[in-house]
Design a protein around this ligand. Structure first.
Ligand code: C2G
Length: 129
């Protein structure tokens, strides 16, 4: 079984996220999403989420491509996650290209093109006008 992992906040879940998850799943058989906790988002990513971790987790678990959701508590857990879950491929959108190449010592690293026209930031901006 080929295992895939990806990381993110996935707030205000939208089709750009789903496009990423769909393509990530197609690279293997089992997709784990490491979901940024509220504390990690606020303290380390300066992101204020609309939905809580539990609400974002519930939404992700309803997506057919997602097999398991685990918490992302910090920037440093990726190597141990790859080892613990015996990950074959790490996947991120290409806004992160190069940032996680250190994982190439442990698994395949794939950066996929983002869906350009949509983002949570844009949604919030459009709704505030
Ligand atoms: N994404 C995408 N297209 C979009 C928006 C997002 O492909 N229009 C992808 C991002 O590239 C990322 C994933 O969807 O791979 C989740 O996006 P975010 O929730 O914005 O993730 P981010 O805040 O970048 O967190 O340790 C890594 C971080 O947790 C990544």
């Amino acid at each position: 079984m080929k295992k895939i992992i990806t990381y993110g906040t996935f707030d205000l879940l939208h089709y750009g996220h789903v496009n990423l998850l769909e393509r990530a799943k197609k690279l293997g058989d089992y997709l784990i999403v490491a979901l940024s906790t509220d504390e990690f988002n606020w303290n380390m990513k300066q992101k204020k989420c609309y939905f809580t971790y539990e609400e974002r987790k519930r939404l992700l678990e309803a997506i057919r491509y997602v097999d398991l959701v685990i918490p992302e508590n910090n920037w440093e857990q990726k190597i141990s996650d790859v080892k613990e879950f015996k990950i074959d491929t790490f996947v991120m959108g290409n806004d992160w290209t190069g940032k996680f190449d250190f994982l190439k010592d442990y698994c395949e690293v794939v950066y996929l093109p983002r869906t350009p026209e949509i983002s949570t930031t844009q949604i919030k901006k459009d709704l505030s006008e």
